[in-house]
Design a protein around this ligand. Structure first.
Ligand SMILES: [Zn+2]
Length: 216
């Protein structure tokens, strides 16, 4: 079973991905991890990607696709893949389609994590992190024992600059602008299944299992 998971940060994508891997045995391919692996191991593609990143440039899609081709060609994908963080644009989706065909690993289903904007905003803007030990909290959903203080080490909690409403809105509108055409493209192929990500983690996982059981 080959799966693509899409959704903005704060949609619970990471947690759901772990649950899918555990239950269905698919191989999690996160493009973020893939980049880190290639760069840390100085692979030819990692070095290529690094030259762009060092100049503050985006890594071209061809490099990412080459990395994916290499990753998907390894022999540890007996139960299929769960692709996370890619494709983010229509061009990437089209490039990936060529690769899927070449490798004979077509996408079976695209999970689209959907939740209302106000909920996404409160999830992200309510996050607080400990600058010392990295523990994370939420002002409503995961409060520290003492307001504003880390349970683990007693340090004053901070809000990450990226988690402010202003920064978040910029990030979300960019995310939507890029991914809306991708979703539309996959919808036209009948691949999209929406997941109501506003529910609790357990409910979201149950929904996802119900969807994926159809493709086993
Ligand atoms: Zn701490």
């Amino acid at each position: 079973m080959n799966i693509v998971i899409m959704g903005p940060a704060g949609s619970g994508k990471g947690t759901v991905s772990s649950a899918i891997v555990e239950k269905f045995g698919v191989t999690h391919i996160s493009t973020g991890d893939m980049f880190r692996y290639n760069i840390a191991n100085n692979t030819p593609l990692g070095l290529k990607a690094k030259t762009y990143m060092d100049q503050g440039k985006l890594v071209p899609d061809e490099v990412t696709i080459e990395m994916l081709a290499e990753r998907l060609s390894r022999n540890d994908l007996n139960h299929g893949y769960l692709l996370d963080g890619f494709p983010r644009t229509l061009d990437q989706a089209k490039a990936f389609e060529k690769l899927e065909t070449q490798l004979n690993m077509p996408i079976d289903v695209v999970l689209s994590m959907v939740l209302p904007l106000d909920m996404l905003v409160s999830r992200i803007t309510g996050r607080r992190v400990c600058p010392k030990c990295g523990a994370s909290y939420h002002i409503v959903n995961a409060k520290p024992k003492i307001d504003g203080i880390c349970d683990v080490c007693g340090t004053a909690l901070i809000q990450r600059e990226d988690d402010t409403q202003e920064k978040l809105m910029v990030r979300l509108s960019e995310h939507d602008r890029n991914t809306a055409p991708v979703i539309e493209y996959y919808e036209s192929k009948g691949l999209v299944k929406e997941v109501d990500a506003s529910k609790s983690i357990l409910e979201v996982e149950a929904q996802v299992c119900e969807i994926l059981d159809l493709f086993r």
